[in-house]
Design a protein around this ligand. Sequence first.
Ligand code: GTP
Ligand code: MG
Ligand code: ZN
Length: 336
Amino acid sequence: MPRKIREKQLSLQQMARMRAARRPRATDAGIPIDAESLGPEEEGRVVAHFGLNIEVETETRERFRCAVRESLLDDPVCGDRVVWRRVGAEQGVIVSVHARQSVLRRPGPYQRLLTMAANVDRIVVVSAAATFNTGLVDRYLVAAQKVGIEPILVINKIDRMTDAATLEAALWPYPRMGYSLFWVSALQDSGMAHLEEALRDRTAIFVGESGVGKSSLINRMVPDACSRTAEVHAATGLGRHATTTARLHRLAGGGFLIDSPGVREFGLHGVIREEIPGLMRDMAPCLGQCRFKDCRHLHEPDCALRTAVETGKIAAARLESMRRILESVPPRNPYF
Ligand SMILES: Nc1nc2c(ncn2[C@@H]2O[C@H](COP(=O)(O)OP(=O)(O)OP(=O)(O)O)[C@@H](O)[C@H]2O)c(=O)[nH]1
Ligand SMILES: [Mg+2]
Ligand SMILES: [Zn+2]
C-alpha cells in the first residue's frame, strides 16, 4: 500500500478516535445504561447540547437529559431528530440519529468545523437598525444559498433607528433579490406578528452579531423560552455574549425557533472562491457576460457586473461586498 494512503487512513482512524473521546458518554454523564434499565425506543428532537448532556424533547413536550450511545457516528446537534430510550424518570440515552434534511456548519477555532444545527429550513439573519452590517449579512446569504435554505432578513431595534434614510438605502437591494425583510422591535413588540407568521411550521435558526436581539425576539414569540439576554448577562459580568449554546424552542402555533450564539465574523465553509458570484442572487444573472472569461470584476474593461452597477441593476455596496468575500475565501476549500 502506498505510504501516503496508509498515513491518510491512520489519520482518519485517529480522527474518529478523537471524536469518540470528546463525546459525552452515558457513564460520564452519570446515567446508568445497563440493558435492563432502558425503556422502549422513542422519537425525540434535540433541544440543546451542553457539555456532557443533550436535552431531548418528546412528542408530548417532555424534556429529558440524555447521554449518547458510544457507537453513534455523529454527535447529535440542536434540531436533530433522534431515537432514544428512557433511563429512570428524567434521563435517557440517544441510540440513533435520523438522517438530516439539512445541516449548518461553520469553521471554528483551530481549523475545526462546528455543526450549528440540523434540519433547519429557514435562516433568520438578524441585524440591529443602528449597526446594520452589509458585509456580514451578505456572507450569511451566500452560505444560505450554498446549502439551499431560504434566508429571512430581520432588522430589529427600529425603536432606536437614528438614520432611516441611510438604512433604507442600504437595504433596497434585498427585497429586489426576492428576500423577505422584516422591520421589528422586540422591545416594543412591533412587527412581530408578521415575522411569526412567516416562521410558522418551520424550523428557523436565528443568526447574527452578538447583541442584535436574537434572544429577545425569540423570548417575545415564545414567552416561556426565557432565553438569557444581555441584561441578565450584564449582571453576571461574564463578557459580551449572552447566548453561549444553540437552543431550540417550540412556537405555540407550530414550528421551532433555534437561538444561536452571536458571532463577530461568519466564516464560509464548503464554498470555493470561483462559485461565490454564482451564489449571489443579483450577480448570478450577469455572469458569463464580461468581456474576459477570467474577469475579476475589478478594473477590467466591459465587465458586466460593473456595468450593472452603473445602470443601477446591482447595488455598488453588493459588488464591494462580493469582492471582500472573494478575498476572504480560498480558491480551494481546506476542509475538502
Ligand atoms: N432598544 C431595543 N433594545 C433591544 C431590542 N431587542 C433587544 N434589545 C436589547 O439588546 C440587548 C441584547 O439583546 P439579546 O437578545 O441578548 O441579543 P442577542 O442577539 O441574543 O445576543 P447574543 O446572545 O450575545 O448573541 C438587550 O439589552 C436587549 O434588551 C429592541 O427591539 N430595541
Ligand atoms: Mg442571545
Ligand atoms: Zn467582470
